[in-house]
Design a protein around this ligand. Structure first.
Ligand SMILES: [Zn+2]
Length: 189
């Protein structure tokens, strides 16, 4: 039995593979950069429009609302006191929608909840969520503060519930606080 002579290593194929790998990495990086550009708030675009510069960002990057807010008819009535944002796995990173302070992180009736109080006194609550920063820590808009994991009474591992209360403990629709549109940056001619 004769052994098959070993094929000479074809250097250019390796180079080609490496080139492709680098090219696909570069494409991914560009895609990520493009996503970031599309979602990142840009104060210059809204210069002079205070209501828009104060708008919040989605707590899940590229997040999609799978269940909308439904204002309860009364304080104790049924409704949906927030939005459910779809997550793809159990440890999706949550970013602060607005500057604030982590005021609470822990269990509430078996649910894992993290709450941020903004400088305007809005209480932003997330569940299921486990904080990655200390209670009392300051958070800035867009910075990670928690991961989506733990228990929720209706989201479990497929969504994150985000609720917003004002200083009077009235629930607001988080979607009305988000930036109303995506911004496409164009060079100034
Ligand atoms: Zn919900």
């Amino acid at each position: 039995m004769t052994r098959q002579p070993r094929k000479p290593r074809r250097r250019h194929e390796d180079d080609e593979q490496q080139r492709r790998a680098i090219a696909s990495l570069a494409t991914m990086a560009l895609a990520v950069a493009a996503m970031w550009t599309a979602t990142a708030p840009d104060a210059t675009v809204f210069a002079g429009d205070v209501s828009c510069t104060a708008a919040m960002v989605m707590p899940v990057s590229g997040g999609v609302v799978e269940r909308a807010f439904a204002q309860p008819a009364s304080a104790w009535g049924s409704g949906h006191r927030g939005v459910d944002i779809a997550v793809t796995d159990g440890d999706t990173v949550l970013v602060a929608p607005e500057d604030g302070t982590v005021s609470f992180a822990g269990g509430v009736a078996g649910k894992n909840v993290v709450t941020i109080v903004t400088e305007d006194g809005l209480k932003l609550s997330f569940e299921p969520a486990v904080a990655t920063v200390a209670t009392g820590a300051a958070v800035v808009r867009g910075a990670a503060f928690a991961v989506a994991e733990g228990s929720s009474d209706h989201c479990d591992d497929h969504c994150v519930h985000w609720g917003v209360r004002n200083a009077d403990d009235e629930y607001l629709d988080p979607e009305t606080l988000l930036e109303s549109r995506r911004i496409v940056l164009k060079p100034v001619a």
